[in-house]
Write a new protein. Structure first.
Length: 316
């Protein structure tokens, strides 16, 4: 059995759902130009970190000297059918994006990648080096995922895995081990525009552009300060994130549910009482959401979102 196949088998054993291998050369020039155009157009909004470390973002070897390969892994987070439908809430409540109903994926995925690195060392030698990348590391992971054969970028600007659909979390292991790369996957959703029609704010545009400044996920999670009234009104009862563009995707409908029982799902976080959020203190917020993606906007941001949702529910 080849080293590449042993690595892929190990990836599935530790708990990921898909894996692909690519080299550590820079991402394609077309992807670089697309990223640069997006940034220059101001579509990243207040995410200033997107403008930093651009060389590292487009070139894996800039993250790890001597890097030869990138192992890209995917974790399926599609909800089981019984958890996908929201129950009727007894009090005014805000919905939470489906990935955030699980434990923080950063904390979950990193140990699995460190395990994988140890496994590869045992199959090669101790001089080999590795860099674990889970979202917060500057790396154009969707471009690398397509090059590694994990899927294609859909009109919702998400990676769409042919079998797992668009609800996948990506992570990478950059390494000095030279591995045989996988061929890219050929795919397209050119004849479908369901995600564009489903987007509540028009962040997804018919010309293929994505303006994060209008995206409900960006507004509720990344954006600091006041949210413009015309966008706030379109948030509805979404207190953290938005799933509309992935739930509308035909690939999502055919995908299996998350099969990793170790990736803990908190069904009670599907909807959060808005009055409860508004009454949180810094201590109670930290206690309740310390190991959850929901801590990302901070207490002030979450209360801002809750206030907007309350006004939308009550018809202002």
């Amino acid at each position: 059995m080849s080293l590449e196949q042993e690595i892929k088998d190990r990836v599935l054993e530790v708990g990921f759902d898909a894996v692909g291998i690519t080299d550590a050369t820079p991402i394609d020039r077309a992807d670089v130009e697309h990223l640069e155009d997006w940034l220059q157009a101001g579509h990243a909004g207040t995410m200033r970190y997107m403008h930093r470390n651009l060389e590292k973002r487009i070139h894996p070897a800039a993250l790890l000297e001597g890097a030869q390969s990138v192992i890209v892994v995917a974790l399926n987070y599609k909800l089981p059918e019984q958890d996908a439908c929201l129950p009727t809430a007894d009090v005014p409540s805000g919905t939470v994006a489906q990935y955030a109903r699980y434990d923080d994926y950063h904390d979950f995925m990193k140990p699995l990648l460190y395990d994988l690195a140890d496994f590869i060392r045992s199959k090669t030698d101790e001089t080999q080096r590795f860099k674990v990348c889970v979202d917060s590391v500057p790396l154009a992971e969707r471009a690398l995922a397509t090059r590694a054969g994990l899927g294609f970028i859909g009109k919702n600007h998400m990676l769409i895995h042919p079998r797992l659909g668009p609800q996948v979390l990506l992570a990478e292991l950059v390494t000095t081990v030279k591995l045989e790369p996988d061929p890219p996957t050929i795919g397209t959703c050119v004849t479908c525009d369901r995600c564009i029609r489903a987007c509540p704010t028009g962040a997804l545009q018919a010309n293929g552009r994505f303006d994060a400044r209008k995206c409900v996920s960006y507004l509720t999670i990344e954006h600091k300060g006041k949210i413009a009234s015309e966008l706030a009104e379109k948030m509805g009862a979404r207190v953290f994130g938005c799933d509309e563009c992935v739930l509308a995707c035909p690939y999502h409908h055919a995908a299996p549910a998350c099969g990793n029982s170790q990736f803990t799902l908190h069904s009670s976080r599907a909807q959060l009482s808005l009055s409860h959020i508004l009454a949180l203190t810094p201590t109670s917020f930290a206690t309740e959401f310390a190991a959850s993606p929901i801590d990302r906007p901070g207490l002030d941001g979450l209360k801002r979102n809750a206030g907007i949702c309350m006004r939308n529910i009550q018809g202002r």
